[in-house]
Ligand binder design. Structure first.
Ligand code: SAH
Length: 402
């Protein structure tokens, strides 16, 4: 006992930060980069509790250690000391649940949006009775059992799927944790409803957690604009914007994606909604092509074009290239618009700022020589709250051309 008491490893890790980082943490930023740590009392293992303190030994915040990541500490709490235990996670999860106001007829949405809701590097998405939890940080590996129990209690899913970012899989395996269904469910494709439209989510192997839930409100905006229009959905994936446009009364919808898989999923999503007359009767086409090449060569015209590419800048050094790609894509899309045509352009690149992207699209419109009116700009749906600038990755703009 005496030996255990004196063992330094049993003491909480204490760190001090450089002044700018300390101020950011005080003001609510959840990330402490390794390069901002001025002193650390000892090394530690993934998920260990860390006390951030100031020059006068006062506690600033509590965080969890991510020793192999550039984000060295993920902050979970500021102010007075608190126990970060099962009760703590339960209270955070209940708060996330109660904060949400979901649209009618919607059982596919985000329950927990990571760092912005007190669960750094963890998202939990619901698709009907299935909860898909995706981990992006090793801080969760030692406390997965505790967190799984809390999520089951608070969100009461019938099935739960655990997924991880690629860099985490091997480390999780060493800790005895595998991706996949927890329990005996094996329905890899789950049907859910978003604003009354049925979609498939590939919960086990699909992109993100199986669907792009963050675009829900932008899809509803497209539905409201689509009546009587010929619509081109560039980077259509499983047809999210397309089905909304069809229900909004579009006369024709063209899905353009490079992936046969994505186009097949879109086809099935149309079938799932065949009881909706406007979706059943819309003229529908699919084009399997590279968007950059197809748009450049296209001699057709449309009344509404949606351009929602995958992230084009996952790292800071990709930023310039991404800006060039957005310029090319959206200039080509504007060229395809008939008089009165509408462009809806989106960017989910974390390293392209909102003002940069909006400025770029507005610039294309201004220099295109056509009259143009801005209808709206927006971000992600409110079940994806962003508590700090880096979390505001999705931006969209709608322009109407003369
Ligand atoms: N707009 C979709 C999400 C787009 S995800 C929604 O609302 O759900 C990005 C999609 O772009 C993926 O389906 C991917 O297959 C496709 N894609 C990636 N690169 C492409 C390219 N060069 N040309 C066409 N499609 C591409």
């Amino acid at each position: 006992m005496a030996a255990a008491m004196g063992r330094p490893a049993s003491k909480l890790i204490r760190i001090r930060l450089k002044p700018k980082a300390e101020s950011l943490v005080r003001h609510g930023h959840p990330w402490v980069f390794a390069s901002s740590v001025k002193e650390q009392s000892r090394d530690g293992t993934a998920g260990e509790l860390v006390v951030v303190h100031d020059r006068r030994e006062r506690m600033v915040a509590l965080g969890l250690l991510d020793p192999d990541s550039p984000i060295r500490v993920r902050i979970v709490h500021r102010g007075k000391p608190a126990a970060i235990d099962r009760e703590w996670w339960r209270a955070q999860a209940i708060r996330a649940r109660e904060r949400r106001e979901l649209p009618a007829d919607t059982d596919g949405h985000r329950w927990i949006n990571g760092d912005s809701e007190g669960f750094p590097g963890l998202v939990a998405d619901r698709y009907a009775g299935t909860l898909v939890v995706k981990l992006y940080s090793s801080i969760w590996l030692p406390r997965w059992d505790e967190v799984e129990a809390v999520l089951r209690e608070v969100f009461a899913p019938r099935h739960l799927v655990l997924r991880m970012s690629r860099n985490l899989v091997a480390r999780a395996r060493e800790a005895g944790l595998e991706e996949g269904f927890r329990g005996d469910a094996r329905d890899e494709v789950v049907v859910f409803r978003e604003n009354g439209i049925r979609f498939e989510a590939a919960v086990r192997h699909g992109q993100k957690t199986g669907f792009f839930l963050d675009q829900r409100d932008n899809r509803a905006r497209v539905e409201a604009l689509a009546a009587g229009r010929e619509v081109l959905n560039v980077f259509s994936f499983s047809g999210g914007f397309s089905l909304y446009a069809a229900r909004g009364g579009a006369s024709r919808v063209v899905d353009l994606d490079i992936s046969a898989h994505a186009l097949e999923a879109a086809g099935r999503n149309y079938q799932l909604n065949a009881d909706e007359p406007r979706i059943a009767r819309v003229a529908r086409e699919q084009v399997k092509a590279d968007a950059f090449e197809w748009l450049e060569a296209c001699d057709r015209r449309f009344d509404l074009v949606v351009v929602d590419p995958p992230s084009l800048a996952q790292r800071e050094r990709d930023r310039e290239g991404a800006l060039g790609a957005y310029r090319k894509l959206n200039a080509a899309a504007i060229r395809l618009l008939r008089p009165g045509g509408i462009l809806v352009a989106a960017s989910c690149s974390a390293h392209v700022r909102g003002d940069e992207f909006l400025g770029l699209v507005r610039g294309l419109a201004r220099h295109g020589g056509r009259p143009c009116e801005e209808r709206w700009t927006s971000g992600h749906a409110p079940d994806h709250p962003a508590g700090f600038p880096e979390a505001e990755y999705l931006k969209a703009i709608c322009l109407e051309f003369g």
